[in-house]
Design a protein. Structure first.
Length: 299
């Protein structure tokens, strides 16, 4: 008897919410890592730790690499793991988490656009409506009614997040349309096989002495390890599997729900939720529901 079955809607939603919780915590873990290490080192450690965690699986899955799929695994590794890791940590040095979260919510939009332009995917009207509703809900939730103030904080570093979300869109479509024969765990493992060595080489020649001279550098390195284990390895396994069983649009719509967990953590910390935030949460969830209900609603 299979307990975890992603062919069932209930498990698809559980997985999506779990992803939102994990990735919603990634921003704070990146910030803690940046207290001792520079953005390049944080990103490189995140990738290399993931490579080391998955090393035992390489011998099991490397035969899955073929002359036809290696390029798609390579694209997945660099568009979905390598470049976003560096781009997000670079952006985090100059923009706040609210702005990063707002821009990150563009991931489903870019998944939609790249799916149409590159992969010739034709989404249904309900999918498109769901993407737009979810985007409005996510932006409303993140800006908390102060959208103008949030937008005014935009600077050149916001472009790094935009590029990263475009990469996420390409990554999701690659998995959906080009790597159908590989499981989520196989894709995750093989992608890290491609991106791990360059990250390790960078760390080998990187000057880590300033980082090791800071207080609690070991603790901050531990936060990066946690970021890698949960924010990269486990989350990518769930994400890649979710893309296979649903769609690139539904899987990337996790970015609409991430702000919900930020609000939830705030409530636990004594903050109050406003009606605007509650309405935005509902709107985002309705948008995600429409994306995943397309087969039943499409006429």
């Amino acid at each position: 008897m299979t307990v975890y079955d992603l062919s069932k809607k209930s498990w698809q939603w559980v997985t999506l919410l779990t992803l939102a919780l994990i990735w919603g915590s990634s921003f704070i873990l990146m910030k803690k890592g940046l207290r001792s290490f520079d953005y390049m080192q944080v990103a490189a450690f995140r990738i290399f730790f993931g490579f080391m965690i998955l090393a035992p699986t390489f011998f099991r899955f490397y035969k899955k690499i073929t002359r036809t799929n290696w390029i798609h695994i390579l694209i997945t590794g660099y568009a979905g793991i390598f470049f976003p890791a560096f781009l997000f940590t670079k952006a985090q040095t100059q923009i706040n988490s609210s702005l990063a979260g707002m821009i990150n919510s563009l991931a489903p939009f870019f998944a939609l656009i790249t799916g149409i332009l590159i992969y010739k995917n034709r989404p249904g009207r309900w999918q498109i409506m769901g993407i737009l509703l979810g985007l409005v809900g996510a932006v409303g939730l993140i800006s908390q009614g102060n959208m103008l103030e949030t937008i005014q904080n935009i600077n050149g570093y916001a472009l790094y997040v935009v590029i990263a979300t475009i990469g996420y869109g390409i990554n999701a479509n690659e998995i959906r349309f080009k790597l159908k024969d590989l499981s989520g765990v196989e894709i995750t493992s093989l992608a890290f096989l491609f991106v791990g060595p360059p990250a390790g080489i960078y760390l080998l020649f990187s000057d880590l002495s300033p980082a090791f001279a800071t207080e609690q550098w070991a603790l901050n390195l531990g936060f990066i390890f946690i970021l890698s284990l949960f924010g990269s390895v486990l989350s990518l396994f769930f994400f890649n599997s979710l893309v296979h069983y649903t769609s690139a649009l539904f899987a990337t719509s996790v970015t609409y729900i991430i702000p919900f967990f930020a609000i939830l953590w705030g409530i636990f910390d004594g903050e109050t939720i406003t009606w605007l935030q509650f309405g935005s949460i509902c709107l985002a969830l309705v948008g995600v529901w429409l994306v995943n209900k397309k087969k039943k609603l499409k006429t």
